[in-house]
Write a protein that binds this ligand. Structure first.
Ligand code: ATP
Ligand code: MG
Length: 295
């Protein structure tokens, strides 16, 4: 609290309002205190409870004692300079790191109060609940229909062809792609534009009705129109899903997310409501990053 700012001024004396949000105070924190994140890293109704998470690639510690909650139906953005560990941390949430031989994950990671890393856990079922969309669209070399139907088929979500048709149509509609592809569902997916392929991958991810969608820079290869469609979609999906999005676009984080998490050299430096992070960061490193001084 600023105790010095107690002078009462008349309206005429008020400074003119600037279009750029003025930060009232300089960030209080300057050092990284391992394991301590400034702001609000915890939530009242967590979908994920992540405590003292560390990730190693061989001897290298890429994630350093991070504790964070991700709320139910929250959109949280992960930001930070290249190499700070955003993708590594994201991949812990559905055990995508399992496929990297030298990668080890430590700490407590819970989804709905159950251990994500429980050896008895069915990883296929976990990834159906926690879907993922990657930076580069990766449709299967199959038809548009078969891409979306793939997950529901392997998980036995539709008994009849008409049920499967309905899932495919609904998923493509939610991904904002139905009108563009409804007359060519049998065409091969790799013949679509990059933006269409990315929306197809989102349709494929949501076709199995996941509870969480992880997105790692989903718009980095897209033009502004395709990007806007995906951002609209994120807003719609957030009504029923939890979404974690890694982005290098500060504007995107500001537009789509409720909370923003700032990573730096494997540390989680600051987490807070997105508007707070962008208008009054509490840590100097966050401020330097969002004002473009590094990263
Ligand atoms: N498969 C891997 N094997 C070894 N080291 C890795 C591997 N993947 C990532 N790393 C290392 O872990 C650290 C974090 O990488 P990560 O890809 O998570 O960063 P990032 O924040 O997603 O970066 P970017 O913004 O460039 O995508 C880096 O030092 C990186 O070199
Ligand atoms: Mg990355």
């Amino acid at each position: 609290m600023n105790t010095l700012n107690t002078t009462v001024t008349s309206e005429a004396e008020q400074p003119e309002e600037s279009t750029i949000p003025v930060q009232e105070e300089r960030p209080a924190e300057t050092k990284i205190d391992e394991g301590k994140t400034v702001g609000q890293p915890f939530s009242e109704d967590p979908k994920f409870k992540l405590r003292n998470v560390e990730v190693f690639y061989g001897q290298d510690r890429a994630i350093k004692n991070i504790s964070l909650d991700i709320g139910r139906n929250e959109v949280i953005a992960f930001i930070g300079p290249s190499g700070c560990g955003k993708s590594t941390f994201l991949r812990c949430l559905n055990r995508m790191n399992d496929s990297i031989d030298i990668c080890r994950v430590k700490g407590s990671l819970q989804l709905d109060d159950h251990d994500i890393y429980d050896p008895k856990r069915d990883v296929v079922e976990l990834r159906a609940r926690v879907g993922m969309v990657f930076q580069k669209p990766n449709p299967f070399p199959k038809s548009i229909y078969d891409n979306v139907a793939y997950g529901p088929r392997i998980h036995g979500l539709a008994n009849r062809k008409s049920d499967l048709d309905e899932i495919v149509e609904n998923s493509l509609r939610k991904a904002g792609l139905w009108d563009e592809v409804k007359d060519r569902l049998d065409a091969t997916a790799t013949g679509m534009s990059g933006g269409q392929q990315q929306r197809l991958c989102i349709a494929r991810a949501i076709a199995v009705s996941p509870e969480v969608v992880l997105m790692d820079e989903p718009c980095s290869a897209l033009d502004p129109i395709a990007t806007a469609k995906i951002e609209e979609l994120i807003a719609e999906l957030s009504e029923s899903y939890t979404i974690v999005i890694v982005t290098h676009s500060m504007q995107q984080a500001a537009r789509v997310s409720h909370r923003t998490a700032y990573f730096h050299l494997g540390h989680l430096v600051e987490v807070n409501e997105t508007n707070k992070v962008f208008t009054s960061p509490k840590h100097q490193l966050t401020e330097s990053y969002i004002t473009g001084r590094f990263g």
